[in-house]
Write a protein that binds this ligand. Structure first.
Ligand SMILES: Nc1ncnc2c1ncn2[C@@H]1O[C@H](COP(=O)(O)OP(=O)(O)OP(=O)(O)O)[C@@H](O)[C@H]1O
Length: 271
């Protein structure tokens, strides 16, 4: 699984990343790397900072500190690097436009067009590239259909094709399979894996399914409180390691529930 690429230089390097929303520190000096050809999964309880870290990398959030380096080039704070693309749980396609147009939209940045959909037709060479990207994700035969008519799993693959048309070297995926059934999840995870193995992309995915993370990634990063608590090869991540990530959140929930039931017992006593 991508082992050949692991010795390569990092395609994505994050160092000392910090981000706060008001008083709340969400990323507290996060650091990790993803090599070309590698799939890395981010696991952690709700609110541990997984999405925020990816959103900082793609320029959707402006970090308060730290550096993000892509293929040796360090981004200015809040800058969107042209070769970093992201796919989301809620798939952002324009449902009324054709699948092909949605994929062509990946080229808008380098065409110097704003992210507007006013263009009536994309240049022929962009359309040809988009078709090749659609072929890569196995959906060339659906190019002329409206994107909204495709299944969730197919739409996620179209979003991946759009990232390819952007010529991404780093693909970030924020819960890419959380809304998909098991068969579609499998297909999307296989696609991410093969983009790393066969096309040399550096893939970082936030997942809520530890088993998928173990099966499809080279390494798993465990996050808690905006910090890295482990960075291990997938085969070395045990059930106990995973459980320890979620335990504090579970204990906090149990404590809140028992405080609530103690309070209602007290209220019943007074009633
Ligand atoms: N725009 C924002 N404004 C204020 N707080 C935010 C904002 N975005 C995220 N947060 C807070 O930052 C913390 C980390 O959020 P983040 O989405 O990165 O966590 P996560 O690990 O991806 O969680 P989940 O698994 O629930 O998606 C949370 O407490 C969240 O409420």
């Amino acid at each position: 699984m991508g082992a050949d690429h692991l010795s390569g230089a990092a395609m994505l390097r994050i160092d000392g990343l910090r981000k706060a929303f008001g008083e709340k520190t969400v990323l507290d000096g996060l650091a990790f790397e993803v090599a070309s050809g590698e799939v890395v999964s981010l696991l952690g309880a709700n609110g541990s900072g997984k999405s925020t870290s990816l959103r900082c990398v793609v320029g959707l959030e402006r970090p308060d500190g730290g550096t993000i380096t892509v293929d040796g080039v360090t981004a200015k704070p809040g800058e969107a690097m042209p070769t970093v693309a992201m796919v989301f749980q809620k798939i952002h396609l324009v449902p009324r436009r054709s699948v092909l147009d949605n994929v062509c939209a990946g080229a808008l940045g380098r065409l110097g067009l704003s992210r507007s959909w006013s263009v009536l037709a994309f240049p022929r060479e962009v359309q040809a590239e988009a078709m090749a990207c659609l072929d890569r994700v196995g959906l060339a035969d659906r190019a002329r259909e409206k994107a909204g008519r495709l299944s969730g799993g197919q739409q996620q693959r179209v979003a991946v094709a759009r990232a390819l048309c952007q010529r991404a070297t780093v693909l970030l995926a924020d819960e890419p399979v959380s809304a998909l059934d098991p068969a579609a999840s499998e297909q999307v995870m296989n696609l991410l894996r093969s983009l790393a193995d066969d096309d040399g992309l550096a893939v970082a995915a936030v997942l809520h399914q530890p088993n998928l993370a173990r099966r499809f990634s080279d390494r798993i990063l465990g996050l808690a409180g905006g910090r890295l608590v482990f960075d291990s090869r997938s085969a070395e991540v045990t059930d106990e390691t995973v459980a320890s990530l979620y335990r504090p959140a579970l204990e906090a929930l149990e404590a809140a529930e028992s405080a609530e039931s103690a309070e209602s017992a007290e209220m019943r006593e007074y009633a």
